[in-house]
Write a new protein. Sequence first.
Length: 180
Amino acid sequence: MTPFPELETKRFLLREIKQIDSQDIFQIFSSDEVTTFYDVERFTNMKQAEELIQRWNERFENGQVIRWGIALKSDNRIVGTCGFHGWMKQHYKAAMGYELAPEFWQQGYMTEVAKKIVEYGFKNLELNRIEAFVEPENAGSRTLLEKIGFSEEGILKENFIWKNRFVDNVIYALLKKDYV
């Protein structure tokens, strides 16, 4: 699936994340607010950002993941990321993930971005089902998913271990036939 697909919304360019974006990625993932419900520890050094970018790009090249940088059109600065992982091509499904720098929360930005990647998933990746796994306490993410048409399907009890505790996930999904 090369070259990397670029998408555009009213306020953002969704583009490949490169090593030159390491500082932006570090800023995002060094925030406790961002990593509270994220399955990585808060970043403490730039090397962590560089390794994450490398991992996303390798997985894209292997056809396993697509992770866009959410770049402001005004200055091309990365303020978040979004994309698909857990891609099961034989079952036409993937999981959606995203995060945004806290100063951009509650402004409709992630709604704008998430709608675009859902559209891309159904139209270009031929997905039939897009899932999202959210901790029950993550009210912002749950609201976002419901706003863009996802339905809550249930709770996966103690679905994984994070920070030395078992964590539940609420599973949300959107089917292609229900996509408006």
